[in-house]
Design a protein around this ligand. Structure first.
Ligand code: ZN
Length: 148
């Protein structure tokens, strides 16, 4: 959405429908865009993430790269988006998503975190993996290991 007045109006009309954070539209080009943190080319949409900081939209190839960057930057808000790991191709607002970690998830940088649109979807992924944990955004960001 390029028109800020129209965007604000839609946010007012759609109050509570994702306008509190994560209401931006990342320009992700799989195979071309690079991760803000590790500079890797983003090869797999299902692991991608994005946030806004200092007026810039930053893309990531792994949720762990976003978590680590936000921890380093001292960001505590939820102005971030994550691709639905289930493969819908939709961006999920950080505040709406559920985050699953399992040792079986082979994310591009090895964080093992993936985002899902519902607790049930995250639970299915963890059940299929055998074990893991499911948390909301703030906990996933603070719980992620300090690398990558
Ligand atoms: Zn990265």
């Amino acid at each position: 959405m390029r028109n800020p007045v129209l965007s604000l109006l839609l946010c007012v009309l759609l109050a509570g429908a994702g306008c509190d954070g994560g209401s931006f539209e990342p320009n992700l080009e799989v195979g071309v865009s690079t991760c803000h943190r590790c500079q890797s080319i983003i090869e797999q949409r299902a692991w991608a993430a994005a946030d806004r900081h200092g007026g810039a939209i930053r893309l990531y190839d792994d949720p762990g790269c976003l978590f680590a960057t936000q921890r380093n930057d001292g960001i505590t808000g939820d102005d971030a988006l994550f691709q639905d790991h289930g493969g819908s191709g939709r961006w999920l607002a950080a505040g709406d998503a559920w985050f699953a970690w399992t040792g079986a998830f082979k994310s591009p940088q090895g964080s093992g975190w993936a985002a899902f649109p519902s607790f049930a979807a995250a639970q299915d992924a963890v059940t299929n993996a055998g074990s893991g944990r499911i948390v909301r955004f703030a906990e996933a960001r603070s719980a992620a290991p300090p690398t990558p």
